[in-house]
Design a protein around this ligand. Sequence first.
Ligand code: GLN
Length: 199
Amino acid sequence: MTVGILALQGAFAEHGQMLDKLNTAHFEIRQKKDLDQKFDALILPGGESTVMGKLLWELDLYKVLREKICGGIPVFGTCAGLILLAGGVEENQSCLGTMDIQVKRNAYGRQLGSFYAEEEFAGLGTIPMTFIRAPYIVSASPEVEILAKVGGKIVAARQGKQLVTAFHPELNADTGVHRFFLDMVEKQRLPSNHPMIKL
Ligand code: GLN
């Protein structure tokens, strides 16, 4: 399995380090021609969603990435990556908008801008969660599975092949959420004898 990591800005290198720990091949997506490589899953890292959204348009990556996500490539968005996938963001932004969630950006205010918590994540038990000027999910459609909450706010969710966390799992040693994502990708790959695969 190979994972493409959007590497325009923000905390992309740390996702690569996590994937190294999990012996999973990966490469960075910096420009359109990087998408010529074959990949099975995509990671949208944390950073600044307004800047990333703008760069997606400037580098002509927006449409092709959106098509890939709508076409079913599994995607994992952390923090700004979550915002990019959200169908609804308060301020109008150049988001991909592929997931039925509404988010509030910089939702914890200035003083609580960055914090650490340990909370339950569905199926993983209690895990470390580092929040940096984080968003949270204000509401989600019934198709969205809620995976974690902190202080009553939704901070992790999944809809089909899209996984999002408001926190940065790549900044802690725990590889649980990345394993969760890779399991999700594996389960959704077609078996080699599947009738849809023509030899
Ligand atoms: N506050 C950032 C935004 O709105 C997200 C912060 C992050 O990714 N750590 O895009």
